[in-house]
Write a protein that binds this ligand. Sequence first.
Ligand SMILES: [Zn+2]
Ligand SMILES: [Zn+2]
Length: 131
Amino acid sequence: MGKILQISCPKCNYLKQIHVGHGMADFHLEQIMTYFTEEDSKRIMKYQSEGMIEHFHYDRKLSICPGCRRLDSTPTLELILHSGDTVKFHAKCTYCNEEPEILRDISNEKSVTCPYCNNGELSIQQAGYWD
Ligand SMILES: [Zn+2]
Ligand SMILES: [Zn+2]
């Protein structure tokens, strides 16, 4: 079950709800692959078809894009291989194709400046769950 975050700025009217975590449909790699670039999904498919994957972690993480300054949730995937290696995939920004910067620990994130007015400090609150 994922969390819905409500992001708001006290200085401007910016208000956005962002879904993080993962939903019910996100337990199948075939579904998860579609969130990544064609090149990445081919790599994921290759690991799977060669039986190299021990298990995987999929999560949408709160991120900020250095290109267009949008806050969004970015699909991230970690494949843990039988060999012990971990392979990580991060989706690109859906608006400008830059690599978004993941905001690590949402609840402990000290301050994120509002990307719209560049003035207020964003408030990040949990608004509910999704699945
Ligand atoms: Zn962007
Ligand atoms: Zn603002």
